[in-house]
Design a protein around this ligand. Structure first.
Ligand code: FES
Length: 171
């Protein structure tokens, strides 16, 4: 009789210990998983269809400004044609420039000057052409391209699609 009571108590304690272990594992997983707000912040979707030719839109992705410029006229890009074409993404019949709107010198936000078709960085006088390629001053390289993919007429920032991989030479 005492033996079966001990067996029963042993099973009850074992079940409690097992349940406690599972609860602890679940709590650890919840702690390690990124918060839903963090996961949502990883991607930004922008519908490109309402944009007009020559329009510049600035959206925020992971706290950074992203410049989207619809079909910059190639004659205003002082880069070699192939280099220019590589920085443009075709969506439907239109072409877009997508880049992180931070100066590659020290990270200021350049401003778009539509009359001159240039991006001007007021911090140290850096300049970029209409394709985001550095043309004057201290910026050491063109503005960076963020990872993106195209879904229909939508731009999804934060995911590496085939267009992005081709652009940065990963495809
Ligand atoms: S931060 Fe833009 S030129 Fe220095």
């Amino acid at each position: 009789m005492a033996q079966s009571r001990r067996d029963f108590l042993g099973m009850v304690f074992g079940a409690f210990a097992g349940a406690g272990g599972l609860a602890a594992l679940y709590a650890m997983k919840r702690t390690w998983d990124p918060l839903p707000s963090v996961m949502a912040a990883g991607f930004t979707t922008v519908d490109l269809s309402p944009m007009k030719e020559g329009e510049l839109r600035t959206v925020t992705w992971r706290g950074k400004p992203i410049f989207i410029l619809k079909k910059p006229p190639e004659e205003n890009c002082n880069t070699i044609p192939d280099e220019t074409k590589k920085r443009l993404v075709k969506v439907g019949d239109s072409e877009y420039l997508v880049m992180i709107g931070l100066c590659t010198h020290l990270g200021c936000i350049p401003s778009w000057e539509p009359d001159k078709k240039t991006f001007h960085c007021a911090c140290h006088g850096g300049e970029y052409d209409a394709c985001g390629v550095n043309t004057f001053g201290p910026p050491p390289r063109p503005m960076d391209i963020p990872p993106f993919k195209i879904e229909g007429t939508k731009l999804v920032l934060g995911e590496e699609g085939p267009e992005y991989k081709k652009m940065v030479g990963k495809a």
